[in-house]
Design a protein around this ligand. Structure first.
Ligand SMILES: NC(=O)c1ccc[n+]([C@@H]2O[C@H](COP(=O)([O-])OP(=O)(O)OC[C@H]3O[C@@H](n4cnc5c(N)ncnc54)[C@H](OP(=O)(O)O)[C@@H]3O)[C@@H](O)[C@H]2O)c1
Length: 219
């Protein structure tokens, strides 16, 4: 599949890009500036050529090119990215699936999501309209864990969305890289995921860890 990562130059975008390239997808690593995307892909070249076998291809792109060339896009920018930024990508996103990974943490306390920001996936869906199917997911996976290709992933991860087909596609992309994917319900439920991310950041701080994840039992 062709995957476009909006904000692919950040830790989360890079980590997902590596994992998806490894299993055979063509990944367009998007940035607001093409030179930055090229620089990051060049830097990632050392990981890609260190013996880790990559079945797919990783390509630098502007965010617009990443979205135009993909079948499924991933939003991996800070939640503070303004509406105009998203609106500019709307024409190229028509008919596609968009996975929203963003978490709007409180800048004064990153272990907390301000209540007004909990339902950002719902706001995103209404901004984009029904021809772009938004799924919320990958919030509870630490980028640092994704980047360690020598480590097999085994975390559980959770998806919220209103379109079953879009949600299944997003969950498939998680399963392919070793994660166990669970459907937690409608897009409204994405707020729960964002709060869990804030909880995990708090746990990392309290227990001096970097990549605490979630594993369900009894299922
Ligand atoms: N890091 C994690 O472990 C993790 C885990 C789960 C969820 N998340 C969430 O996933 C999202 C991405 O995480 P991250 O740590 O990779 O974020 P990040 O490094 O802060 O940002 C990712 C990229 O977004 C672009 N960007 C920055 N400010 C922007 C703006 N105002 N408008 C548009 N693009 C902008 C930048 O790319 P260019 O300069 O190249 O355009 C940047 O490299 C965040 O919302 C985060 O809360 C992160």
């Amino acid at each position: 599949m062709n995957i476009g990562i909006i904000g692919g130059t950040g830790p989360l975008g890079r980590g997902l890009a590596l994992r998806w390239t490894q299993v055979g997808h063509t990944v367009y690593l998007g940035s607001r500036t093409l030179p930055k995307a090229k620089q990051v892909v060049d830097e990632m070249g050392s990981v890609l050529s260190d013996g880790s076998y990559m079945k797919g291809e990783l390509l630098p792109a502007s965010n617009e090119e990443a979205v135009t060339n993909c079948e499924l896009a991933v939003l991996a920018v800070p939640a503070a990215a303004d509406e105009e930024f998203i609106r500019q990508l709307k024409p190229a996103l028509q008919g596609k699936i968009l996975i929203d990974c963003t978490v709007a943490l409180d800048p004064n306390d990153v272990t907390h999501v301000p209540p007004a920001h909990v339902a950002t996936a719902v706001n995103l869906q209404s901004l984009l309209g029904r021809h772009i199917r938004v799924v919320a997911g990958f919030h509870t996976i630490a980028a640092s864990k994704l980047a360690k290709l020598e480590q097999t992933l085994s975390d559980d991860t959770f998806f919220a969305g209103d379109d079953p087909e879009a949600k299944a596609a997003a969950m498939g992309l998680a399963t392919e890289i070793g994660l166990r994917a669970f459907d937690i319900g409608s897009l409204e439920d994405a707020g729960t995921l964002k709060r869990i991310t804030a909880m995990l950041i708090g746990l990392n701080k309290r227990y001096k860890r970097r990549a605490i994840g979630v594993k369900l039992t009894g299922i």
